[in-house]
Design a protein around this ligand. Structure first.
Ligand SMILES: [Zn+2]
Ligand SMILES: [Zn+2]
Length: 318
């Protein structure tokens, strides 16, 4: 059977059926549509100010490839000064391969590439951190450790480069998963805090923006593929079955039965955050202070990075 015609142009054959809306799209209309959705989101939320310097946090995966593609166009319209940043976590045989792709992604974004590493910033690669924690029988979740260090490294490098925003490649699925995980863990307040924190540019914390936030993961992948991405999807050796994986499966099952569920989840969280973000209790929780150990901006007395490293070294002495 012939595939039906594209519901946008009514000329070409459709190749993608968007279940949550019922649209059938041809390849050309699909890529145009994704770029239009991102553009409208960027404008509506006023993610960028004309002329500002934006750091693109890229990893080498499909999300950063798609991010580079859309940001090149957005940068032209807003006259943004784009820089690309890549953090090498120091995972043997994993990140080295990514570097070639990262270089290409920076070229696509037409942005100069700046790199740093865990080793340079924290004095230890992720492999070394892992080895140390294994030696001491510590049950660290390496993904938590890595994520915390990455955020700090990206923020510090972006600040060094005088960027006023960091653009990350998080898609709709990532966002829905985070909301769901906060719910399961009883961290509802965190949703509001996240919004408030990233609204503020204070005390050296560079706001993060997510241009792909409204695009489902499968559409980001499809867009990247149509734009000629070579995928780098070798799984990180430290990935274990995590709560995020479970949540991903649950949400995919729900989405299958009730198309549009991921959007509703993210929208609910946004509405809640909008209601809560002026609340005095929230504002109190997001007061930025300086870590008593390293001086980094944080909402706690001791920042997460120092807390993790202290746990690692404290156990070493026993
Ligand atoms: Zn079409
Ligand atoms: Zn600290």
């Amino acid at each position: 059977m012939e595939p039906p015609l594209c519901t946008h142009c009514s000329k070409r054959k459709s190749f993608y059926f968007r279940r949550y809306s019922g649209e059938k799209l041809c390849q050309q209309c699909f890529t145009k549509n994704i770029e239009g959705l991102v553009w409208r989101y960027v404008k509506r939320e006023q993610l960028f100010k004309e002329g500002e310097r934006v750091a693109l946090a890229i990893s080498g995966g499909k999300d950063s490839y798609a991010l580079a593609q859309v940001m090149r166009k957005i940068a032209k319209r807003f006259k943004l000064d784009l820089v690309a940043i890549f953090i090498d976590e120091g995972i043997g045989g994993y990140r080295e391969e990514a570097l070639q792709l990262v270089k290409r992604i920076a070229e696509i974004a037409e942005a100069p590439l700046y790199t740093s590493s865990f080793k340079e910033i924290f004095g230890m690669s992720l492999d070394e951190i892992h080895r140390k924690s294994m030696e001491k029988g510590l049950e660290f979740n390496m993904c938590t450790f890595c994520g915390t260090l990455r955020r700090r490294a990206i923020n510090d490098l972006a600040r060094e480069l005088n960027a006023s925003k960091v653009a990350v490649g998080h898609n709709l699925d990532d966002e829905a998963q985070t909301v769901f995980m906060n719910l399961i863990r009883g961290n509802l307040i965190r949703l509001a805090i996240r919004t408030v924190l990233y609204d503020k540019r204070s005390a050296g914390l560079i706001p993060r923006v997510k241009p792909l936030r409204n695009i489902p993961e499968n559409e980001v992948a499809l867009y990247a593929y149509l734009k000629g991405a070579q995928f780098y999807e070798r799984e990180c050796p430290y990935v274990r079955v995590s709560m995020r994986d479970e949540v991903r499966n649950i949400l995919n099952t729900l989405e299958e039965k009730h198309p549009g569920v991921k959007f509703s989840i993210v929208r609910s969280a946004d509405k809640l955050a909008a209601l809560l973000k002026e609340h005095p209790a929230i504002l109190e929780r997001v007061k930025i202070r300086h870590c008593k150990n390293c001086g980094a901006p944080t909402t706690r007395e001791l920042c997460r990075v120092c807390e993790l490293f202290q746990a690692l070294t404290a156990k070493l002495k026993t």
